[in-house]
Design a protein. Structure first.
Length: 94
């Protein structure tokens, strides 16, 4: 998530699953699974034409809690982060 946020903040445009997998050094299937969770949770949107993924809201409007809550809900995970976390993704990458 941080890698995507940094690329988005730099104005790099949509980031592909391949670019993100290479950056975070994880297998492509794992990255695609995570991206799917974030798309279903409306944190990310896939671009038309398959160019990659973009955030659905400005980074200043998305909090760490938004992302954690999305994973928790989509994957039925127990809370491991304070869902009252108010830092935005923009603040996280500063």
């Amino acid at each position: 998530m941080e890698a995507l946020a940094r690329a988005f903040a730099r104005g790099s445009g949509p980031q592909s699953a391949e670019q993100l997998a290479k950056f975070v050094e994880l297998p492509m299937d794992a990255v695609e699974d995570h991206l799917g969770v974030l798309v279903k949770g409306e944190i990310l949107a896939a671009t038309s034409g398959g160019q990659g993924y973009v955030f659905t809201r400005p980074l200043e409007k998305l909090t760490v809690a938004d992302v954690a809550s999305t994973f928790r809900k989509q994957l039925s995970l127990p809370p491991r982060i304070d869902l009252r976390e108010e830092r935005t993704l923009a603040q996280l990458i500063e």
